[in-house]
Design a binder for this molecule. Structure first.
Ligand SMILES: [Zn+2]
Length: 275
């Protein structure tokens, strides 16, 4: 199997480097952010312990999509403990922490990272060790900040999945999915751009749009994603995504095979309406 090479680090400012459209890691670029220095799981859990949260159970990119529910207090509070991993790992994904708790914006220095004139959308990924997002690529560039814990990213060139004939038809609003894992993909190819990067708190990763990536927590952690782009590009992608979303909600696209509806019942032969 070709080894995943360590992703080269850049000393450039992220806002400058992203013009190259090549993935890179900026070590400690956010190390002085108050969020990186001060946030903890008990602190985040205490913001609104009773807040209901929807969790993704298992790897929805390559397996059946399933959701469970919990509360911020019991889910995030539990991440501090060395509890043995559950049979099925649940993961708080795409959680809009900053919308729920606007006061947390004061702990970020995002304007230091992003090119001027771009618009951006942030969300958090909060989960235990072994929490995983299967191999996929996104429609927008991403500058992701590791806030807490250690997270491993496997990256593959935009052409790699198509060349392997392993693109998935599973519907996802803002991403394209692969039928196989990053390791399986790399195992079938002698050459190609395959990288790995372990993010520590304060590290920033640039994942250009359409670069494939699979992500796994090495410890419990919090990641802040930052999808961004020039206003015209983001708005045109957004309009296209909304049009596809309307078709999906009407049951005309990706019915029964998506990352946004629970498909637990569909394996037993039930026909899920609209999803
Ligand atoms: Zn759906």
């Amino acid at each position: 199997m070709p080894a995943f090479r360590p992703l080269p680090a850049s000393e450039e400012a992220p806002a400058t480097h992203v013009r190259t459209r090549t993935p890179t890691v900026f070590r400690a670029a956010a190390a002085t952010w108050p969020a990186v220095k001060d946030w903890s799981f008990p602190y985040l859990a205490s913001l609104d312990p009773g807040l209901p949260v929807q969790l993704v159970a298992g790897n929805r990119e390559t397996e059946t999509t399933r959701f469970t529910t919990s509360t911020l207090g019991s889910y995030v509070g539990r991440l501090t403990r060395d509890a043995p991993p559950d049979d099925v790992i649940s993961y708080l994904k795409e959680f809009d922490l900053l919308k729920k708790f606007p006061q947390l914006r004061a702990d970020l220095r995002s304007s230091e990272l992003f090119p001027s004139g771009t618009i951006r959308s942030s969300a958090t990924w909060i989960g235990p060790s072994h929490a995983r997002t299967g191999l996929h690529c996104d429609l927008l560039d991403n500058l992701a900040v590791q806030i807490m814990g250690t997270k491993r990213f496997y990256l593959a060139h935009p052409a790699a999945v198509k060349q392997a004939g392993m693109g998935s038809r599973k519907y996802d609003a803002w991403a394209r999915l692969s039928l196989i894992s990053a390791e399986e993909l790399a195992a079938g190819q002698e050459h190609g751009d395959f990288f790995v990067a372990d993010l520590e708190p304060g590290d920033v990763l640039y994942v250009p749009a359409y670069w494939w990536h699979e992500v796994v927590n090495l410890t419990p952690g919090v990641l802040l994603s930052g999808f961004f782009g020039p206003r015209t590009r983001v708005l045109s992608r957004w309009a296209w995504v909304q049009a596809r979303e309307s078709l999906h909600r009407a049951g005309l696209l990706g019915r029964g095979n998506c990352t946004c509806h629970d498909h637990r019942g569909s394996e037993a032969g039930r026909s899920p309406g609209g999803a």
